[in-house]
Design a protein around this ligand. Structure first.
Ligand SMILES: [Zn+2]
Ligand SMILES: [Zn+2]
Length: 254
């Protein structure tokens, strides 16, 4: 399995990455993509990427960082790192930050522009912002990426798929109240699905409320396999291949 999105560099996890990785590997999680959300997190990210061959990285200014911005040149320079394979997370969070739309849009456009220029995929965080996300992505042709931790509407999923994006399932699909979301995942083509934890957040059932870890991506896989009515083994193969297809740069390193 691959955990396509987590935050190993965050305070809850970074003190014991050896243990974190050992637990993940014991459940066949072979590869982890860790996301840094602020330039302050870059030195920790570089250390992690240097020390752990099976952990890859992504960088972007998170939409909730409402004071932070970055230049196109600086972002391009950061993502040249050989183990940084994606740009983000970027996007809109109008749930927690409804008042900084213009700032978020400015940052989102910078990330999309760099994705266009570098041919790296975008990792998109979109919360309470279905229409705004689609409107922005429509303006950037020839880029692709993933809607991470998908919680949007059926219409949003369809439009993102039409634009060529992948859709990633998190532990939220295991929650009791998420029937509507499970119904949307039923309709998403197998060749566009990814799985993630978003650790340390969003631990799946039966660990809900605890600190999440990549090892629990198996619970996301199991639930998604149930939704898609195929075996977890088969879905593991498919989502692993999808990850390799989207995050092409990883293939140079493994
Ligand atoms: Zn996010
Ligand atoms: Zn995240």
């Amino acid at each position: 399995m691959i955990d396509s999105h987590c935050h190993v560099g965050f305070d809850e996890l970074k003190e014991n990455i050896d243990g974190y990785l050992a637990r993940a590997q014991s459940q066949s999680v072979q590869l982890i993509l860790t996301v840094a959300c602020h330039e302050h997190q870059l030195s920790d990210l570089y250390t992690i990427l240097e020390n752990y061959p099976t952990i890859f990285g992504a960088f972007g200014v998170h939409p909730q960082e409402n004071k932070q911005t970055i230049s196109i040149e600086r972002l391009k320079e950061i993502v040249q790192h050989p183990k940084i394979i994606g740009i983000g997370e970027t996007g809109f969070d109008l749930f927690y930050e409804p008042d900084s739309f213009d700032h978020q849009k400015h940052n989102f456009e910078i990330h999309a522009q760099v994705a266009q220029e570098t041919d790296l995929p975008l990792i998109i965080h979109s919360r309470s912002a279905d229409a705004q996300t689609i409107d922005l992505l429509k303006n950037f042709k020839d880029i692709t990426g993933v809607i991470h931790c998908f919680t949007g509407s059926a219409d949003f999923a369809k439009k993102a798929l039409d634009l060529g994006y992948y859709i990633s399932a998190s532990g939220i699909i295991t929650f009791k109240k998420s029937q509507e979301l499970r119904d949307i995942f039923k309709t998403i083509p197998l060749d566009r699905l990814l799985i993630e934890t978003d650790a340390p957040y969003l631990a799946p059932e039966p660990y809900r409320g605890q600190i999440n870890e990549s090892v629990y991506v198996s619970k996301v896989l199991e639930k998604l396999a149930e939704i898609k009515d195929i075996s977890p083994q088969e879905l593991d193969k498919i989502t692993t291949q999808n990850f390799m297809n989207l995050f092409k740069k990883v293939r140079e390193k493994i």
